[in-house]
Write a protein that binds this ligand. Structure first.
Ligand SMILES: [Ca+2]
Ligand SMILES: [Ca+2]
Length: 260
């Protein structure tokens, strides 16, 4: 009997607590995907669960892709490093259990994931946050890989092929050296250095031959000079020896003496 009373008391307390819950609920209607170049309408709904009419301040973070309404920009106040980021603001009066919608429009300039920060709502001095979200912006399928739009093998496999220059290193063994890969990341780039390596080896051989010829020419030059020096020295010695020999006496002429 006591167990039944305890359970009934728990249920009464639970229902009482639910009835007393106050606050706001936030929902945001966000498409999961959108085509590139498509304007996306994002709707935010706020419901008042207070038992009285309240004023709610709704805030969405904005970026350069928001085209409507115009975001609120702040200047950096004195003594602060940075200003508040751009945002979209609405102020509504909500009756008890009333729900109102606001919306804004974005035009993402990049393909891939477009993140949305949680919606912030302030009511009766309390801050409420919604859920973060993300929209997948599909690529501009035109058979042209456009890395400036964020297209690469992952975001736009229709236009960007493996091994292509799309600011993404796919590290796929596809027989093509991906120009976006740093050395050592794409196994296909291993063959390219080999081709360059062949050229480098040829160049090194040529340089080696030139150096060897230069050494041989220098050696021949010095040998030639040495031989000339030896010949000169031999001649000099012969001349010195010849100059040291005694001179030959004059030869008397033979014949009849004339009478004086
Ligand atoms: Ca494209
Ligand atoms: Ca690539």
């Amino acid at each position: 009997m006591s167990l039944i009373c305890t359970r009934m008391l728990f249920i009464v307390c639970l229902l009482s607590g639910m009835a007393m819950a106050e606050g706001v609920t936030i929902t945001r209607d966000v498409p999961a995907t959108a085509r590139f170049g498509e304007q996306i309408r994002i709707t935010v709904s706020v419901t008042n669960h207070f038992n009285r009419t309240v004023k709610v301040d709704i805030e969405e973070q904005a970026d350069n892709d928001v085209i409507e309404p115009k975001p609120v920009l702040s200047i950096t106040p004195p003594g602060m490093i940075a200003a508040r980021p751009p945002r979209i603001e609405w102020t509504l009066d909500l009756a008890p259990e009333e729900t109102k919608d606001v919306y804004y429009i974005v035009l993402p300039k990049q393909v891939g994931d477009y993140p949305l920060a949680p919606t912030s709502v302030t009511a009766e001095g309390n801050l409420y946050s919604g859920e973060p979200a993300s929209i997948k912006i599909l690529c501009n399928a035109n058979s042209i890989c456009e890395p400036d739009l964020g297209e690469n093998l992952l975001t736009c496999p229709h236009d960007c092929k493996s091994g292509g220059k799309d600011r993404f290193c796919d590290r796929t063994s596809d027989g093509k050296c991906d120009p976006d890969c740093a050395p050592g990341y794409d196994p296909d780039c291993e063959t390219k250095p080999a081709a360059n390596g062949g050229l480098m080896l040829f160049g090194e051989i040529c340089i080696g031959i030139i150096v060897l010829l230069a050494i041989i020419a220098a050696a021949a030059f010095f040998i030639s000079r040495r031989k000339k020096a030896d010949v000169y020295q031999t001649l000099t010695q012969n001349l010195e020896e010849a100059s040291k020999r005694p001179s030959t006496p004059p030869i008397e002429k033979k014949g009849k003496n004339r009478p004086s």
